[in-house]
Design a protein around this ligand. Sequence first.
Ligand code: PMV
Length: 362
Amino acid sequence: MAEQLNDFIKNESKGLGLVTAVSPANIAFIKYWGKSDKQQQWPANSSLSMTLSKSVTKTSFAMNNTGFDQFIFNNQLLTSKDQRDHKVFRHLQFLRDAMTSSGMEISQKFFTIKSENTFPMGCGIASSASGFAALTTGFLAACTDSYQMEQLELAGFNRTTIAKLALRGSGSAGRSISGGYIEWVKSTSPECQSIEPFMAAKEWDLSDIIIIASDKEKAVSSTDAHQYAWGSPLFSMRLSQIDEKLKFAKEALETRDLQKLGLLLEQEALEMHAVALTGSTPVQYFNQKTIEIISWIRAERLKGNLNAWFTLDAGPNIHLICKASESKNIVKKIQLDWPQQMIIEDRVGTGTQVYKYGEIYD
Ligand code: PMV
């Protein structure tokens, strides 16, 4: 481990062949829940999300001469046993194959990869989305010596193309490449699915105040829960109505109607959790604290004290969506009533960036 870190630092000081990708998490307004094709990561339904700005994964790549990739996450090196079947290495292999089959000669390029999150992982803040978005973008940038997204585009990888590759690592990662409000369109076949910006960040400045109910890593991964969803008696009802719901959500965004969007957000989050709770293997992602905070949100809103609506990811933490201009006051209010809870005040952002390693990206 010390040796690999030393190599990394030696390269770093020479400033050679180093690139850092910074990718934000995203919060789904209409959730991706269930896969129609596991192999090709084809979702059971289209989804819509908001790209965040503060909750990010930073992943740096340095060339190494060992003949294989090394991955250091939060200063922990994945061992060689993990390497065979770990999803990070499976995704790197997928990217190598994709680049090779499009005619790029990268078979001899291997990297030491160092990655870290600015937020707790595996507890419903979409760390797999930001993680696989940064891994994909950083790998493509390192292979093509691109130090800006514009250079990467000139090398043949625009954001739409990167998104399609990133979703193979983790579906929601595809929605973390571009900024603003993003639609992942299921379409009629896995090959035809696409991930496209629906509305730019500057069109509507919304905040996501993340209230941490627990930062423990979840016991059941979303990968497993996507499969269990098909066993829920509620799932076919969900799928039959989801396109209509997506249409309403897009209308609410276009008309900047927070109340309309908010109602949908809460229904959608609770519906996804109802499917998870009633799947072939039931999964409960929320906890007692989640329920207490949700009840508080609804009660305060009814009293006219809170102009904000919640959504939940596959975890216990609450994402409170509000106008960015009202976010500071809402955070103060939460801190008063929930002094024990950690809060991340995030907002809509502009998407993944790449930098020459060592350039300021904070
Ligand atoms: O990308 P995955 O496999 O981690 O699935 C993400 C699923 C949710 O985060 C719960 C919903 C979504 O659309 O992001």
